[in-house]
Each structure stands twice: as structure tokens, then as C-alpha cells.
Design a protein around this ligand. Structure first.
Ligand code: S3P
Length: 431
């Protein structure tokens, strides 16, 4: 894929449905009683992987455009799959489904592509084994052979790494436990699981308010089917928002974007560097807030470097590749620290970002747990996506800001979260 420098970006961008919400809604709908209707279901290859893993478990699924109908088999209705379930590139599919499969009275195998089988799975094996499942792995990596058990033992689990996937996995397993299972997070991660479950009739308790880091679920709960309108994905919006912010004269509108407070840190960062985002209303519809985002181009001159560290890292975990590109446009650059988790995403994102920034002539330093990038005039270069969708899309935006042409090798991996990304970007770019 080749990208040319842009003057500005202008127009309206229709984004895909939220990936995190789509995975969870599909999994809960599969074990619900009745047929669920999920509108604006994510077009992403990752969410298709989730649907493709649910079918061999006996779940009937129909897709009509962006609407997905799921005939739930009920909490105890899943059947033993004949073959390994292929989660593709999707860590969320593997880690969340493992929670459900741990509570089944059958054996199942979860596997994935070359990237997914290198990613750490101890983080979910540990709690699921504490709950009574037995999981064989390849040195704590997939393929995972899950010997489920019913009922599982209810546990109180302190998640050792800040991860919504671990929390969700344990809460899903808690649906099959003999008592009340709880998760305690070091800091609150995206809370879609606990917002969605009540819409399917399953109560998720907290020890006080939505910002609480403790969640409880009862093993006696049974999900029932529901209808949902999934908001568009703010993590996909991030590429367009940063592009617009960095190109003065840009005017962009992004309708119906999910503005769940556990996902909006990217908007706070953009505001902090002077991007013009009007106030939002965040109207809540069926558990999740959403709003039309508009942005006008232009950034302030910052006196200090933008620093992302500590608890802020988890709030921005999927946005750091595109924030690295923003960093090249800030007077004092960007420093990211405490972000070792980036090394175990779809690629080693600290390496993917720093290597590609260097190729574009940026001044960048790599640390074990992050990187520092200075304000740099980017130059067109040949970029390696490292098979990572967010790297491909972030460097497409870098290409808009660079001198000369940028070529992104392996750009098709953008399909993992945003199949029409390059066409959509081309439709709003003005030279
Ligand atoms: C996700 C959680 C995050 C994020 C991933 C999606 C989710 O991973 O990086 O893209 O849907 O729960 P971790 O929870 O492992 O940080």
C-alpha cells in the first residue's frame, strides 16, 4: 500500500463497530437462551474469528450486512468441538473464550496464527486452573488444550497484569462456578464485559460505583438473549483523529463513536496537546455511551514532552502506535514508559514503532518498557507492518505527514480491526 503526503483531511468517516464490545456480545449471546440481534457488529477479521469459533460449539449464527443474529444454545448447550478452534490473530477471542470453555464438561483446543501462538497465556491459565480446569499449553503459549470442569470453584482473583482480557475471562468462567467469583484489578480496565452482562440479564456486582476495581458474578446466573446497537470503535477513530489533529485545516466528523470512559483517554490526550474537540454529550444507549466526534486540525506548541506512563498506559494501550506518530509532531516529542505489555501485543509494538519511525528519519530512543520520540520531519520510507494492524494503520497516518511517498508492506493486516481502512482514509484525504 502506498501513501502520499496530504494537505488536510475533510469529511465524514463511518467506522466499524467496536471490536471489544462485539467479541463479548457474541460470546455472551452464544450461551444465552434465545436469539440475540447485534447491530453494527464489528467488520473486523478478529470478530469474525470469534464467530467462527462459536459455530463448531453448536451455535447458529447469521450475518446480514453489519447485523449478526446469534441463536443462543443456553448456558449448558455448547457441544464438544470436533477440531481445534482457530482464533486467528485474536488474543481477545482466545482469552475470553477460554473462560467459557473452562466451565464445560468437554475438552477443547484453542489455537491461532503465528503471532497469537507466541503471546503469553499464563495470565489466563493461572486463574482458570485455580478454578479447577486443567489446561495444557506449549510453554504457556497456544495451542491451549482445555479440560473443562463443571462446576468450577469460585475464586477472588487479583489480576496480576492490568488486562481487561484477564478480568473478562475470569468473569466468564465465574458463570460456571459454585458461588460468587470476583476479580480485583490494579486499575480499572475497559469495562464492556460488566456493562454487557446485565443487558443479558446477568447481574455483575461492584463494591461501589462503576469506577470500582472489584467485580462479582454469581455462578447461578443465566444469560438471556437481547438486542444491541454496538457503537463504532474509538480505537479505530484514533487514527483519523490524530491525522486530523496533525494536519491544520482538517475538519472531520465521526458519527456514533463509543465514548465509554475506560476508552476515551485518547480524546483527553488530544485535547491536552491542543486538538480542537467540541464538548460531548455521550448519550448512553443500552449500557454504552456514544457520541458524534468532530475535530478541527491544529496542535498547540507544548512546553514539556507528552509523557504516557503508569496507569495511563492501560487506558491508551491500543492507541500508543498512533500516539507515537503524534509525538513526531509535538514540540518536545513523546515519552512512553511502563509499557512493557506492548512487547506482547500482535507484534512487539515497541520494536515495530521505533524501527519504523527510524526508517522515516525520526529521532527515537527505545527502552525496555517504552520509547522516546522527538519532533521530527518524517520522510517517506518502506514500512514493515510486522503483520500488526495497528502498526499498518499508524504508519499510513505517518505517511500523510511525511515528505515523499511511504510504502507499507503487509498493509492487508489492517483487516484485523478495520477492513476498509485504506479506502476510508483515501476518501477523506485532500492533497
Ligand atoms: C482488549 C483488551 C486489551 C487490548 C485489546 C482488546 C479487550 O488487551 O489491548 O486490543 O477487548 O479486552 P489487554 O486486556 O490484554 O491489555
Amino acid at each position: 500500500m502506498k501513501v502520499k503526503p496530504a494537505g488536510s483531511i475533510q469529511g465524514i468517516v463511518e467506522l466499524p463497530g467496536d471490536k471489544s464490545i462485539s467479541h463479548r456480545a457474541a460470546i455472551i449471546a452464544a450461551i444465552a437462551d434465545g436469539t440475540s440481534r447485534l447491530d453494527n457488529f464489528a467488520a473486523s477479521a478478529d470478530c469474525t474469528s470469534t464467530l467462527d469459533c462459536l459455530r463448531p460449539l453448536g451455535v447458529e449464527i447469521r450475518r446480514d450486512g453489519s447485523t449478526v443474529f446469534i441463536d443462543g444454545v443456553g448456558k449448558f448447550g455448547l457441544k464438544k468441538p470436533e477440531a481445534p478452534l482457530n482464533c486467528g490473530n485474536s488474543g481477545t477471542t482466545m482469552r475470553l473464550l477460554a473462560g467459557i470453555l473452562a466451565g464445560q464438561r468437554f475438552k477443547s483446543v484453542l489455537t491461532g496464527d503465528d503471532s497469537l501462538v507466541k503471546r503469553p497465556m499464563r495470565r489466563i491459565i493461572e486463574p482458570l486452573e485455580q478454578m479447577g480446569a486443567t489446561i495444557a499449553s506449549d510453554d504457556d503459549k497456544a495451542p491451549l488444550t482445555i479440560h473443562g470442569r463443571y462446576p468450577l470453584r469460585a475464586i477472588a482473583y487479583h489480576t496480576p497484569v492490568v488486562s481487561a482480557q484477564i478480568k473478562s475471562c475470569v468473569l466468564f468462567a465465574g458463570l460456571y462456578a459454585n458461588g460468587e467469583t470476583s476479580t480485583i484489578e490494579p486499575s480499572l480496565t475497559r469495562d464492556h464485559t460488566e456493562r454487557l452482562l446485565p443487558l443479558f440479564g446477568v447481574r455483575v456486582g461492584t463494591d461501589g460505583g462503576p469506577a470500582s476495581k472489584i467485580r462479582f458474578i454469581k455462578g447461578t446466573s443465566r444469560p438471556t438473549a437481547t438486542e444491541l446497537m454496538i457503537p463504532c470503535d474509538i480505537s479505530s477513530a484514533a487514527f483519523f483523529l490524530v491525522a486530523a489533529a496533525c494536519l491544520p485545516g482538517s475538519e472531520l466528523t465521526l458519527p456514533n463513536v463509543g465514548t465509554n470512559p475506560t476508552r476515551t483517554a485518547i480524546l483527553d490526550v488530544l485535547e491536552c496537546v491542543g486538538a480542537k474537540l467540541p464538548p460531548r454529550k455521550d448519550a448512553e444507549r443500552r449500557g454504552e455511551p456514544a457520541d458524534t466526534l468532530t475535530i478541527s486540525g491544529g496542535l498547540d506548541e507544548q512546553e514539556a514532552p507528552l509523557v504516557i506512563e503508569g496507569a495511563a498506559v492501560a487506558d491508551l494501550i491500543d492507541e500508543i502506535p498512533i500516539l507515537a506518530i503524534l509525538g513526531t509532531q509535538l514540540a518536545n516529542g513523546l515519552e512512553v514508559r511502563d509499557a512493557g505489555e506492548l512487547r506482547v501485543k500482535e507484534s512487539d509494538r515497541i520494536h515495530s514503532v521505533t524501527e519504523n519511525l527510524r526508517r522515516m528519519g525520526a529521532s527515537v530512543t527505545e527502552f525496555d518498557d517504552g520509547f522516546h520520540v522527538e519532533r521530527s520531519q518524517l520522510k517517506g520510507a518502506v514500512i514493515d507492518s510486522f503483520g500488526d494492524h495497528r502498526i499498518a494503520m499508524a504508519f499510513a497516518v505517518a505517511g500523510l505527514l511525511a515528505d515523499g511517498e511511504t510504502e507499507i508492506v503487509g498493509a492487508e493486516c489492517a483487516d484485523v480491526s478495520f477492513p476498509e481502512f485504506f479506502e476510508t482514509l483515501a476518501s477523506v484525504v485532500k492533497s
